[in-house]
Design a protein around this ligand. Structure first.
Ligand SMILES: [Zn+2]
Length: 72
């Protein structure tokens, strides 16, 4: 069987030996190199969540100020 083209974007490949990795693999079965969890486990991003929270708060504050300004 010939491998005509390698599509690294489509399939998870080991960055070290370019072996296709099984879905959700945390390490390469060929060279045992640990792979970053791709889709199974998403690293928690508290910073971004906090930022979104602040952004929502600011938006609400601005909206409230606009309402107050329009009433005055
Ligand atoms: Zn590997």
């Amino acid at each position: 069987m010939k491998e005509s083209r390698i599509t690294p974007e489509k399939q998870n490949l080991c960055p070290l030996c370019r072996v296709p990795l099984p879905d959700g693999a945390s390490f390469c079965p060929h060279c045992a190199r640990s792979i970053k969890p791709w889709t199974r486990q998403k690293a928690p991003k508290p910073l971004q969540k906090k930022f979104l929270h602040i952004a929502a708060l600011v938006t609400a504050l601005v909206t409230a100020l606009a309402v107050i300004a329009s009433c005055a």
